[in-house]
Design a protein around this ligand. Structure first.
Ligand SMILES: Cc1cc2nc3c(=O)[nH]c(=O)nc-3n(C[C@H](O)[C@H](O)[C@H](O)COP(=O)(O)OP(=O)(O)OC[C@H]3O[C@@H](n4cnc5c(N)ncnc54)[C@H](O)[C@@H]3O)c2cc1C
Length: 331
């Protein structure tokens, strides 16, 4: 049986471990619980149509069914609710935005993804006046922090997780104990000398956790909301609002600059008062070309990298973890 060591257990390491075990491999995971991990700050939103031009996400039709199926399998395994499908209410602020939206809605390959809407539903009383609305369908959210944490508990219970940071000098001998070692280190992969010239351009992201104290729980919105920032209901009256993008940053911690940016954009959308419960930050493992990376080390042929999930780990990780697991086991 093939024996594989995975270094790093964010969404990449979690899904790779899951797919390898499904295919009968022996898996061990090491994670050092290092600061700045991305998966534990993320909302895990899967959004089929993004950006100012409302463009469909890369190979969405291929990736989405795999993601949905995989998260349902993980729900079964971990006996948890992790995945939910919810539309996104898109706020359109100008005549040009509204017009561009109508044009997209009329395009054949956007049918089933976008529609126009005349009202804001339960968000209505919480919003500033003057917006037009669109709806994004086939959107969803996987609870990434809960998935990573619960899979870690499962792996501990089953004896295949250890809390350890990979240090090349002391741990290089481990290579001989495994058939393959796969590095799923997120942004920290940038400094892994086994994978020179990987085109990292990592970005810091921050988000706020909010609550609307004046709103009756029965009237709390259940759809996600998007203008410049996205607001997603997490349950129990808590909403995630994010995120920021910074390519140069002095540390991995939440800060005032991120908070101010998010508050400015929230106040552009929301009229209702809200309370901040928490602020989170993480470093996204983004690449220059914004594509995921799977590579074999040019220095050690038994070392592999699974990284570059960027802003879309929730959508991309299931498909690429499955592909990589099959390839690793077929040599
Ligand atoms: C604020 C914010 C919001 C986001 N929102 C979304 C969203 O809504 N939807 C979406 O799809 N994506 C979102 N993302 C992006 C998403 O978080 C990433 O795509 C994804 O989580 C990357 O996962 P990863 O496993 O590659 O890296 P990480 O989650 O960073 O995991 C890497 C792990 O490796 C460990 N590690 C690193 N080096 C070592 C070592 N040498 N030894 C041992 N352990 C090590 C770390 O401790 C960490 O646990 C968001 C990101 C941020 C920051």
């Amino acid at each position: 049986m093939t024996k594989i060591l995975i270094i790093g257990q964010g969404i990449a390491g979690t899904l790779l471990a899951f797919e390898l075990r499904k295919r009968g491999a022996i898996v061990d995971i090491q994670d050092g619980n290092l600061p700045g991990a991305s998966s534990v700050a993320a909302a895990g939103i899967v959004n089929p149509v993004t950006g100012k031009r409302y463009v469909k996400s890369w190979r969405f039709e291929e990736f989405y069914p795999v993601a949905r199926q995989t998260y349902r399998e993980l729900e079964e395994l971990l006996q948890l609710s992790l995945w939910e499908e919810r539309p996104i209410l898109r706020l359109l602020g100008t005549a040009e935005e509204t017009n561009d939206w109508s044009i997209r809605c009329a395009q054949e390959d956007y049918a089933g993804y976008l529609s126009e809407r005349s009202h804001a539903g339960l968000w209505g009383p919480l919003l500033k006046p003057g917006f037009h609305y669109g709806l994004i369908h086939q959107a969803g959210r996987v609870n990434l922090p809960l998935l990573v944490q619960s899979f870690r508990q499962f792996a501990m219970k089953n004896g295949f997780f250890s809390e350890k940071t990979w240090l090349p000098v002391t741990q290089e001998p481990l290579f001989s104990a495994y058939d393959k070692v796969v590095f799923c280190e997120g942004w920290r992969g940038e400094s892994n000398s086994l994978f020179p010239e990987t085109p990292f351009r990592v970005s810091k992201g921050e988000a706020l956790l909010l609550r609307f104290p004046g709103v009756d729980p029965e009237h709390l919105p259940t759809e996600m909301l998007k203008k410049t920032v996205l607001v997603a209901p997490l349950g129990n009256g808590i909403y995630w609002a994010g995120s920021t993008y910074r390519w140069f940053f002095p540390d991995t911690l939440p800060g005032d600059e991120g908070k101010t940016f998010l508050l400015d954009h929230l106040h552009d959308m929301l009229a209702a008062p809200f309370e901040i419960q928490d602020q989170v930050a993480g470093i996204r493992p983004t690449m220059i070309d914004r594509r995921p990376v799977i590579r074999q080390s040019p220095i050690n042929p038994n070392a592999f990298m699974f990284n570059g999930l960027g802003t879309k780990g929730a959508l991309l990780a299931p498909y690429f973890a499955a592909q990589l697991a099959t390839q690793l086991l077929q040599n």
